[in-house]
Ligand binder design. Structure first.
Ligand SMILES: [Cu+2]
Length: 454
């Protein structure tokens, strides 16, 4: 009897939870209502069967409960019952499958007038490419990928010259215009998902997959990687902004075409050295850092990383948070760098300074630190030298006390809070694996041992 009541309670509880649950679809932002309807039909059918089966079970437990004078009947076959069950199940399964087939038919047939945008997935972030005025994407190849050509554009292909390269995890698209997403992975399997659009699709290395959507509501929506196996797919976040045509065009104009990237002059080390005179007041003439001013060792860091951080400081993406005491001393100094070229020049100069490791000041349990570092090594490398393709900097080339401050800044959301900080947000999620002060010191003490090994 108790079991029968428990089952009934479970069913009633489930139904109440289904209708009152806070976890249901987010408000839909694309013309994919058919997907919601399909899911609702599935819920309805499986829900009714769930209720029927469980009530039947409770009924049987009650009806056939033990009593000394009851005997079981033996009824090996019931033709009538089997016929009904077969018809019932067939109709049920067909009703579950058929709506999905119609929706899938739509999903694999993007409308003729859909515009195209390429989504590039890689460990552990997203970037985007627009085909430019000719509406044709230029050829790409893994062999062309390097620091100056992260998209792997083929310099020989004229169709690629006007392609717009969006080196950011924020994509803008115009409202009320169907868009086809061409999905390309540079390394492993990923899964591009926009929950508010209700669509997602796997990225498979060596293949271009696709999906499409017709955004119907202006706003900012999430981009997630829904691939499961791997260190950091969960940290591959991005945003898609749906807006009117005019704002969209202004946004697109802010990104360079491949031709513009090719036309950029080489960094000028002499100009960079000139600008560095100001930096040296805090970071020292050799970039060795000055702990008294909280300015870290920067010699040995790669140009791409120095360039990115300086740009972040200049644009208020880093060092603008009110609790970022040290970052706020660095940020205003960046006003002296007039333009992109000046940033590239000074970054190239910093990268040209001889790499000298700074002295270790942080101590801790290096064996525990090594265990924690196994996760970090996926992005920062086994030897802590950083991995460019993942956007992860060298950890051995900067001051150890500074690593501790930065890890706290990520964990306290003081660094990486800005929506344009595509790598900082990722490092925030990673810093959450450090639980207490000991963890911070142990992992940094272990990173110090890598300096000796290098
Ligand atoms: Cu992924």
């Amino acid at each position: 009897m108790v079991v029968a009541y428990a089952i009934i309670l479970l069913v009633v509880g489930t139904i109440i939870f289904h209708f009152w649950s806070p976890w249901y679809f987010t408000e839909i932002a694309a013309d994919w209502g058919a997907i919601d309807t399909t899911v609702d039909i599935t819920f309805l059918i499986t829900g009714l069967v769930f209720i029927a089966v469980n009530f039947f079970m409770a009924y049987c437990i009650y009806k056939y409960r033990y009593s000394p004078d009851k005997r079981a009947d033996y009824e090996p076959e019931s033709h009538k019952l089997e016929t009904w069950l077969t018809i019932f199940t067939t109709v049920g399964v067909a009703a579950l499958l058929i709506p999905g087939l119609f929706v899938w038919g739509d999903f694999v047939e993007p409308p003729e007038d859909a515009s195209e945008v390429e989504v590039v997935g890689q460990q552990w972030y997203w970037t985007f490419r627009h085909p430019g005025e000719d509406a044709v994407f230029g050829n790409v190849d893994i062999r062309h990928i390097d620091v100056n050509n992260p998209f792997g554009m083929d310099p020989e292909d004229p169709a690629g010259r006007d392609d717009v390269l969006v080196d950011s995890n924020v994509l803008h698209i115009p409202v009320d215009q169907p868009v086809k997403f061409l999905l390309r992975s540079k390394d492993v399997l990923h899964d591009f998902a926009i929950p508010q659009f209700r669509v997602k699709m796997d990225l498979v290395p060596g293949m271009i997959t696709y999906m499409w959507a017709d955004p119907i509501r202006e706003g900012t929506y999430e981009i997630l990687c829904e691939e499961l196996c791997g260190v950091a797919h969960f940290a591959m976040r991005g945003r898609v902004v749906v807006e009117d045509q005019e704002s969209y065009e202004t946004w697109l104009d802010g990104y360079p075409t491949f031709q513009e990237v090719l036309d950029r002059p080489e960094p000028n080390l002499i100009a960079g050295q000139g600008a560095y005179a100001v930096c040296s007041a805090c970071h020292g003439a050799d970039g060795q850092g000055l702990q008294a001013l909280n300015a870290p060792d920067i010699n040995g860091l790669d140009a791409w990383y120095v360039e990115r951080q300086v740009r972040y400081f200049k644009e208020g993406v880093r060092g603008a948070h009110e609790d970022d005491v040290y970052g706020r001393t660095m940020a205003p100094m960046m006003a002296m760098l007039a333009n992109d070229q000046a940033i590239r020049d000074v970054a190239a100069y910093v990268a040209s300074l001889p790499a000298v490791y700074s002295e270790s000041t942080v101590t801790g349990d290096t064996a525990r630190g090594a265990e924690i570092y196994t996760t970090c090594s996926a992005c920062h490398g086994d030897d802590g030298q950083g991995i460019w393709s993942q956007g992860a900097p060298s950890l051995v080339d900067t001051s150890d006390w500074y690593l501790v401050t930065q890890l706290h800044n990520y964990q306290n959301r003081v660094r990486g809070y800005h929506e344009a900080d595509m790598f900082g947000e990722q490092m925030q999620l990673m810093s959450d694996i450090l639980r207490d002060e000991e963890d911070f010191n142990d992992v940094v003490a272990y990173i110090n041992t890598l300096k000796e090994a290098n």
